[in-house]
Design a protein. Structure first.
Length: 546
């Protein structure tokens, strides 16, 4: 997702070099032993700056019809980096730049063109000489900037170094006022801090927005709505923004994850993902991971990072340490499966041929959750079958069917599958489907289609643990069904008495039905094997549903 440090090659126009030099001239190191010295960007910070301010080669400037965002190659940027790698000071400098510095493209330089701070109400004396053909910039009039985070304490990660830069560097120009929650800028501009509780500021015209730690923006805490509202505001003001975050928990469906996975090509993404072959719980591998993800952040003491990571691992908080310091997308504590286990059992194996004996699992719903059929062969390969002339997978999302599961389609799928495969044993969760399961038992054999209640803690816990164990030992393989992969990733352990657990959703929007169906299919296969895999071929009587 990112170039290696020796591949930081720029062969396209950008305001980024002007921007970085402006920041070095006007911003200071906000804290530590080097507090007060000029702020110099690390290589990865400069790379992100140059990309964010990359100018389109066909960019045009017309003062009578000014364009801002559409003159840039990227509509917005996302930076995914570990804790203490320097995201806060870097974004503080970028916010200062957006408030007072040259961020608007105004044409292409010719010989002798310069950017002179004196022309923009700054008496620092700094002058930047353009190369011929280099894009030129000026400050944006009336800058209205929002620094956004989930809480006031979180905004301090950026706002604290920003205040230090304004109060101790070259930013304290005439008409600026630095307060505890906002900074007043010349030309009636301002920088505001915004949290989930400061919704009165949403909808305001904005010229730049920082979404800090977007990996914890979820629907549950209301920050997804906040971010979406601000993005609409940016679009309406012909403006752009930057999003920074540690790696996220994939089960939480955060704003960061949505941005990272979006198909949009006009978002710049910087993410140093460690090599997949390195294991974070292995001390030597962990050090290699830290060296890789913190490369260029010269202020980071990797021994200190190692000490804290090892402490978290010892406390059972490996996933947190791996996200925060290893820069990996791993599921948080409480996830049903260890991260990467399901993917490690995914194969490209073709669907079994007609006549294959299979076991199955069915978890059904009516209007809210999915309904899913999963099958498993005698040798432990799970797959989502297809049905109908258009070969639809046996996964029904009620939102795709007018808000209600199409029961006739489920019946049709079972009928077609019963003619394609030989059902040995199928476990079906009965809530909302009792009558239909009775009909399937009549059609295909009451010793084949069996009601299996998933809310029984003792039985469900044992089935889930069997599935985990058999995945870890390689007794189960699976197809590449993306819905099942997502549902398995969403599934969380919900504690029950006696050190048992069942599965639960992290939130209403994060479904787990395919994970349940997979567990039922595997339990059916295990019980069938224990019984000698001796079920008789099904009865082929036909019932027509209208």
């Amino acid at each position: 997702m990112h170039p290696e440090p020796d591949e930081f090659v720029v062969d396209w126009p950008s305001l980024g070099y002007l921007a970085a030099d402006w920041c070095q001239q006007h911003c200071i190191v906000p804290d530590g032993f080097k507090r007060g010295l000029p702020y110099v960007m690390a290589d990865w910070q400069l790379w992100c700056t140059v990309n964010h301010y990359r100018v389109r080669e066909d960019a045009l400037w017309n003062p009578d019809e000014p364009r801002v965002s559409t003159n840039f190659h990227y509509r917005r940027s996302q930076v995914v980096a570990p804790q203490k790698s320097g995201k806060g000071p870097w974004t503080a400098a970028i916010i200062a730049l957006e408030g007072l510095g040259p961020t608007v493209f105004v044409g292409w330089a010719t010989d002798g063109d310069v950017y002179d701070c004196a022309d923009h109400s700054c008496d620092c004396g700094w002058v930047y000489a353009y190369e011929p053909g280099e894009p030129m910039g000026v400050p944006r009039p009336t800058p209205l900037i929002q620094l956004t985070a989930n809480s006031k304490e979180q905004t301090a990660n950026v706002y604290r170094p920003l205040k230090a830069m304004f109060r101790g560097g070259g930013l304290d120009v005439e008409q600026t006022r630095t307060g505890e929650e906002f900074i007043r800028l010349p030309d009636d501009g301002r920088i505001d801090t915004v949290t989930s509780s400061a919704r009165s500021k949403l909808g305001n015209p904005v010229t730049f927005v920082l979404h800090d730690e977007s990996g914890i923006y979820t629907k549950r805490n209301g920050m997804v709505e906040v971010a979406d509202t601000q993005l609409r505001g940016l679009a309406g003001m012909d403006a752009r923004g930057i999003e920074t975050t540690n790696c996220w928990d994939p089960t939480q469906q955060s704003t960061a994850q949505a941005t990272f996975e979006a198909p949009a090509k006009d978002i710049f993404r910087f993410y140093r993902e460690p090599p997949s072959g390195l294991k974070y719980t292995n001390r030597d591998d962990r050090r290699k991971i830290h060296r890789y993800v913190y490369q260029g952040s010269w202020w980071v003491n990797l021994d200190a990072i190692e000490g804290l990571a090892a402490e978290l691992i010892a406390k059972g908080e490996t996933a947190q340490a791996e996200r925060f310091f290893g820069n990996r997308q791993v599921r948080g504590a409480g996830s049903w499966l260890p991260d990467g286990l399901w993917d490690s059992r995914t194969t490209n194996r073709a669907a079994p041929p007609p006549g294959t004996a299979v076991c199955g699992g069915f978890d059904g719903s009516d209007t809210s959750d999915f309904s899913v059929i999963r099958l498993e062969t005698m040798d432990g390969h799970q797959f989502t079958p297809t049905y109908g002339p258009d070969r639809r997978p046996t996964i029904w999302n009620p939102e795709e069917w007018g808000g209600r599961i199409p029961r006739s389609k489920v019946h049709a799928a079972w009928d077609e599958l019963s003619r394609r495969y030989t059902f040995v044993r199928v476990y079906c969760d009965p809530p909302k489907w009792d009558s239909e399961i009775d009909d399937w038992a009549l059609l295909y054999g009451d010793e084949t289609f069996i009601k299996w209640v998933t809310y029984r803690p003792v039985q469900m816990h044992a089935a889930l643990e069997r599935t985990v164990t058999d995945l870890e030992s390689g007794r189960i393989s699976t197809d590449a069904c993306e819905v099942t992969r997502r549902h398995v990733g969403n599934a969380r352990r919900a504690a029950r008495p006696g050190e048992r657990y069942i599965l639960a959703k992290p939130s209403e929007g994060e479904k787990i039905d395919a994970a349940m169906s997979s567990t039922l299919a595997h339990e059916a296969r295990a019980d069938a094997l224990a019984a000698g895999w001796s079920a008789a071929p099904p009865d082929r009587r036909v019932i027509v549903y209208r």
